[in-house]
Design a protein. Sequence first.
Length: 137
Amino acid sequence: MKKYIQALLMLIIIMFAINMLAVNDASALPKNEVDIVIKKIDGKWKVFDATDSTITHVKAKKGQKITWTAEGTDVYFQFMDEKLVGKFKHALKDGKKISLNIGPNAKVGENSYAVFCTADMEFAEGNSPPIIIVENN
């Protein structure tokens, strides 16, 4: 009976360890949404990844959602190709978010766009201008 309980406990421990690995692996998978912030840093308006202000290249796949958050300014977007997110122009109020999906006919590769910040009447920098790199699915 004692060996049976030990074997059962060992099985539970192994299952728990496997489950913890699965949870960690799931968090490493690419997420379906890209979060971008527009914010003034060191006197310049910047466009960057919400998780790391040093990441200025946005990488996304067709159909993937990108969410921009404006911090400290109203923002006007101008996309050079309507196929990228469905329209040439979008507006975003300070403190709000806008979510746009990469279009199914978006050009694969670098797609530049402009982000105009009304607080200082300046364009934001990402890679001057910001870019979205559309990757093959």
